[in-house]
Design a protein around this ligand. Structure first.
Ligand code: ADP
Ligand code: MG
Length: 703
């Protein structure tokens, strides 16, 4: 057969490149292995197991139904706009399928006489009973109906449901279905006793649920099959978090073991004594700092609970032990305030404090960097400027990050890595602070390996803040109150509306509010601070406010974090309905810091949406940050609680932390058990379970 040998090699069939693009598209959905496909579970289902007559369907109101009929007309119409109108007819009546977008070929496909099964929301429109953009298929008479619900999978561009269904069905033929949990482990007992569904049965059911299934339970994922999936997913996450913790403990850090003269002198010099809660978290932190492996601790405490002094005491321990400590804050205002306060405490004790932010002049910056690199500066306070390449630390022992949720993982890592100077095995201790309280179970699931300390008590002598919600059209009364407060010697914050779409507009509003208040209150000193001011200008305004020379400080949300002026006791927030709960709580936390009774007035623009109403009610009812966090979680779910990139959130596809906290505890308990009792069986379970659920994604948690 000389012919065939001389023939040029056949061109690669186009199918191959099509297969690669499809593989890429699947990969974009995270579907690389057969098991990935099998665990790609439906987002919802369509019930195509029944066909209604057109007459029945016309009476179902505005709900979804499936009908079958013969095309009796198929026309393109041009009024009121170009559209394809197809009439379906069965023995009981007729119904219109209306397509606003369509291909020319559809007029042929839906030619008169064709039998069509169509599914969609029945409406009573211009043409009588109709379905706009139905799902439809051409069928032969008597074509069987599916006997399971039709899954609808999360999809991406260019991947049809039909294709996904096929890929998943193929994968289901190939995977190893072996349950990662033993029968004994399926019977959970701690903290709740219940029976988990076997893995294979659960997965198969979710891909092909029988029509008699409780659809509500499928939809809200309370069905035992979903519970098993969520449990597995949470177990993988808990295993992975706990292993990250073990790995951290295997790393080295400098043991900051001395709490000596500086710490003692500092405590002595403080104008107040620590609250019991501050004392407790300080003990936890001190204990961690003495260990030869890196601390990774989150210090949570409501606004005004006194986190700064605890951070300063942690820094004192590092300095006492001969190392540097660095404190990074997300804004210049906040860094500046920390610097004043902490330098005010420490410099009299002979400690050298350096200050580094982006707004320093080049010469000052170089000088600060020089002091940091030489080790002369013992405590360094600043903003993001601290993580620049040009900053080198002589011997960094402790990294403190204030308002840590404002930073990305990358930024925190960069700062942490600066301590490695020459010795890459040594990791500094890390203390992160946040005034956004996170419910414990949420923190447990969200954060990569992190210990948590909570200050759950405010310093004494604070008077509770009274909050009122006031309609915007009573603004004049509010201005009168501001005037009265100022005359009593109290100071006022006036927060301008948040305009997310446009910084320019936000600025304009702030300037206008400032002008309007200056005009309405000619005998008062009004100040204005916003993000666009130069640092020195901002600082000058803040200083005048701290000195009491400014009565009313008009501000954009730049004052949201950390600002501390105890004499300010009235806070007005305009368009409060535009702010999130935690933001409102943070803003309100600027008052109620002194001994005067404080008031927060939330001006809103009616009418209020449901969520805004709930938020404002919550603000009126409570000032407890943890309670507010819990309600926030109820109102909007855990989504924005934390920067998602620094969390284990991305690992969770099915579990919903606002409803599944009980499962988190369950999974955590089993994970603990599996890792503690290192029998070969348990190790095998851990390996198999992590491989099945995380594949290569485990690295995500190592930061
Ligand atoms: P936050 O936790 O919001 O960062 P700060 O650290 O700014 O709070 O503290 C708020 C105010 O309370 C500061 O003026 C601080 O000096 C003061 N403070 C902190 N601890 C105590 C205490 N134990 N007794 C009295 N005042 C305290
Ligand atoms: Mg603070």
């Amino acid at each position: 057969m000389p012919d065939s040998t001389t023939k040029p090699a056949p061109k690669k069939p186009p199918a191959t490149s099509q297969a690669t693009t499809r593989a890429n598209k699947l990969a974009r959905l995270g579907l690389r292995t057969d098991m990935d496909c099998v665990l790609h579970l439906p987002a919802r289902y369509e019930d195509e197991t029944q066909v209604l007559t057109i007459q029945q369907a016309s009476h179902v109101g505005s709900s979804t139904a499936q009908v079958e009929g013969i095309v009796s007309s198929c026309d393109i119409q041009y009024r009121p706009r170009r559209q394809l109108i197809v009439t379906l007819q069965d023995d009981t009546g007729q119904l219109v399928m209306r397509f606003l977008n369509f291909y020319g070929s559809q007029t042929k496909q839906l030619a008169v006489g064709t039998r069509v099964r169509a599914r969609g929301e029945i409406r009573h429109g211009f043409f009588g009973a109709e379905i706009v953009h139905p799902n439809y298929k051409i069928v032969l008479e008597g074509a069987p109906l599916p006997c399971v619900l039709t899954p609808v999978y999360p999809s991406g561009e260019g991947l049809s449901q039909t294709y996904l269904r096929k890929v998943i069905a193929d994968a289901m033929q190939k995977v190893n279905w072996q349950d990662t949990l033993s029968p004994a482990q399926l019977q959970t007992s701690s903290p709740h006793t219940f029976q988990l569904m076997p893995f294979e049965a659960a997965v198969r059911l979710l891909h092909n649920p029988p029509p008699e299934i409780d659809e509500g339970a499928l939809e809200d994922k309370s069905h035992p099959a979903w519970v098993r999936m969520k449990f597995d997913e949470l177990l993988a996450q808990q295993l992975s978090l706990k292993r990250a913790q073990v790995a951290r403990r295997a790393k080295n850090a400098r043991a900051l073991s001395v709490t000596g003269t500086l710490s003692a002198a500092f405590l002595q010099a403080l104008p107040f004594s620590l609250t019991a809660a501050q004392q407790r978290v300080l003990t936890e932190i001190r204990h961690d700092l003495q260990a030869p492996f890196p601390m990774q601790r989150l210090l949570q405490g409501d606004v005004g609970s006194g986190k700064t002094v605890v951070a300063a005491l942690a820094a004192a321990q590092a300095i006492d032990s001969g190392y540097q400590a660095v404190l990074m804050a997300p804004t210049e205002i906040l860094a500046d305030q920390h610097f004043r306060k902490i330098a005010g405490w420490m410099e009299p004790l002979g400690i050298k404090v350096a200050w580094l932010t982006g707004s320093l002049k080049k010469k000052e910056k170089l000088a600060a960097q020089e002091r940091i690199a030489s080790g002369e500066a013992q405590l360094i306070i600043g903003t993001h400027a601290l993580i620049q390449d040009s900053v080198q630390f002589a011997k960094l022992g402790l990294v403190i990050v204030d308002e840590q949720h404002r930073f990305g993982v990358g930024q925190r890592l960069t700062l942490r890595n600066k301590a490695n100077n020459g010795d890459s095995d040594i990791v500094p201790h890390q203390l992160m602070m946040s005034a956004t309280p996170i419910p414990r179970t949420l923190a447990m699931t969200y954060y990569a390996d992190l210990e948590i300390s909570v200050i759950d008590e405010l310093p004494p002598g604070r008077t509770p803040i009274v909050t009122r919600n006031i309609d915007q059209n009573r603004r004049d009364e509010v201005i009168a109150r501001v005037h009265a407060a100022a005359q009593e010697g109290r100071q006022v914050y006036w927060v301008c509306p948040l305009i997310e779409e446009s910084e320019a507009l936000q600025l304009q509003t702030a300037t206008e509010t400032y002008a309007a208040l200056a005009e309405a209150l000619p005998d008062l000193h009004i100040g204005l601070v916003h993000g666009r001011l130069k640092q020195v200008e901002k600082q000058a305004v803040m200083e005048a406010f701290i000195r009491g020379e400014i009565h009313v400080l008009v501000a954009t949300t730049v004052i949201e974090v950390g600002v501390d002026v105890p004499n300010a006791s009235l806070m007005v927030i305009e368009h409060a309905e535009r702010f999130g709960l935690s933001q409102l709580h943070q803003l309100r936390g600027r008052v109620g810091r002194g001994s005067a009774a404080s008031v927060c007035l939330l001006l809103y623009q009616a009418p209020l949406g449901q969520i805004a109403r709930q938020r404002l009610m919550t603000m009126r009812e409570t000032t407890d940050g943890f309670e507010i966090a819990r309600r926030d979680l109820d109102i909007r779910g855990p989504g924005e609680f934390l920067g998602s990139r620094q969390s284990g959130e991305a690992m969770l596809r099915f579990a919903d932390l606002s409803t599944d906290q009980w499962l988190v505890e369950q999974a955590s308990s089993l994970a603990q058990n599996l890792l503690q009792h290192t029998t070969p069986e348990n190790s095998a379970t851990v390996t198999a379970h992590l491989a099945r659920w995380l594949g290569g994604r485990e690295d995500f948690l190592k930061v």
